[in-house]
Design a protein around this ligand. Structure first.
Ligand code: NAD
Length: 345
């Protein structure tokens, strides 16, 4: 599954380095497409902390400049409003392109179905073209959704998936499957240095309380003392990964000569009822649990096999659910208090 090439002149981020602005000191310069979203904003922060210059490109479809406002004015950080499905141009040297641009929550991609298909296809095409032009490494943020409702459990990268190509989730799943295929084609045809991360459910600060994903929904409901709405019978499972771990996994892939796809996720598996109960306990809430209708084609199980990530990247998730959820609940509580709201949409 994973291809590799001999390592060249690479730093810990692993990408070929370019000359600094003064022409002497080496600096890394990364483009983070979708950098003003939840996951992208954490990546921008982490890259900057490592001394990498960051061009954050975002159309603000589902993200917001607020997610990176604390980075504005930092040396080496630029925020550019740009829809990557259109013309993409970045002056100067670029060593690394991280493609995170895409609606990601089911509520978002169902609200923006065509945009989601376009960013997975045209957006990926343009960013691969940019990588080819700049000689940059390209990393695609793919997803465990490429496995669909999996018939293999846990999911290894060799599993081809069980996706309904005309179901409601297909706009996201098939966009990512196409994006993976295009990434492989650019590697094989144009020799672009590419990597594919299949990211499993990631959570943490800066998720939007109303993005429709389970964790922000449960946390918001628990903090407001409202019924916690678990879909179906609550026995379906997910494996949740704290954002700091996912960021490290993506950067480990960015820094290695590994093509992937590589699963990036935490193999700890929870039923949805257990997840809701854990959040309720950690939030000190007495919200009741209420079972509501399950969305069409919702996967019954999801758990990454992370053997390949451990072997090729030396990476595994280190933050357990209790710790990650505690941090996330703390952030949501502070946000809701800071806004002076109770989290009402
Ligand atoms: P998000 O919605 O918070 O971030 C996505 C960002 O992409 C937003 O800022 C949005 O405005 C931007 N964007 C969308 N279309 C764009 C376009 N055409 N041009 C430029 N920017 C555009 O979602 P997220 O959870 O941070 O997910 C980021 C990426 O990681 C997505 O590609 C998603 O598919 C992938 N991923 C996330 C998870 C997860 O659990 N968070 C899991 C698997 C994969």
């Amino acid at each position: 599954v994973a291809g590799s090439r001999p390592a060249g002149d690479r730093d810990i981020r692993g990408c070929r380095r370019g000359p600094g602005a003064a022409g002497g000191e080496d600096v890394m310069r990364a483009v983070v497409a979708g950098g003003a979203g939840f996951l992208g904003s954490h990546l921008c922060e982490r890259l900057l902390a490592d001394g990498t210059e960051v061009v954050c490109m975002d159309s603000f479809l589902t993200g917001s400049p607020d997610n990176v406002s604390h980075l504005l004015g930092r040396p080496g950080f630029r925020l550019v409003e740009c829809d990557v499905t259109g013309f993409v141009h970045v002056p100067g040297e670029v060593n690394l392109i991280l493609h995170l641009a895409s609606a990601a929550s089911p509520a978002d991609y169902l609200a923006y179905p065509i945009e989601t298909l376009k960013v997975g296809s045209l957006g990926t095409l343009h960013l691969l073209g940019l990588a080819k032009e700049k000689g940059a490494r390209f990393v695609l943020a793919s997803t465990s959704e490429v496995y669909g409702d999996p018939l293999e459990h846990p999911q290894r990268e060799t599993y081809w998936g069980n996706v309904n190509p005309v179901g409601p989730r297909s706009v996201y799943d098939e966009a990512k499957r196409f994006a993976e295929s295009l990434t492989v084609a650019y590697r094989q045809t144009h020799g672009v240095d590419t990597g594919i991360a299949r990211i499993f459910n990631t959570y943490g600060p800066r998720m939007r309380p109303f993005d429709g994903r389970a964790i922000p929904t449960f946390v918001r409901q628990a903090l407001r003392g409202e019924p916690m709405t678990v879909t179906g019978d609550g026995r379906q499972t997910r494996s949740i990964c704290y954002v700091d771990d996912t960021v490290e996994g993506i950067l480990a892939l960015a820094g290695r000569d590994v093509a992937g796809p590589v699963n990036i996720g935490n193999p700890g598996e929870l039923t949805m009822t257990a997840l809701a109960e854990t959040i309720r306990d950690l939030a000190g809430s007495s919200s009741p649990i209420e079972y509501v209708a399950r969305p069409a084609d919702d996967p019954r199980v999801r758990r990454p096999d992370t053997t390949l990530a451990a072997r090729c990247l030396g990476w595994h998730a280190g933050i357990d659910a209790a710790e990650g959820l505690r941090r996330t609940i703390g952030w949501f509580r502070a946000e809701l208090e800071r806004d002076g709201t109770d989290g009402t949409d």
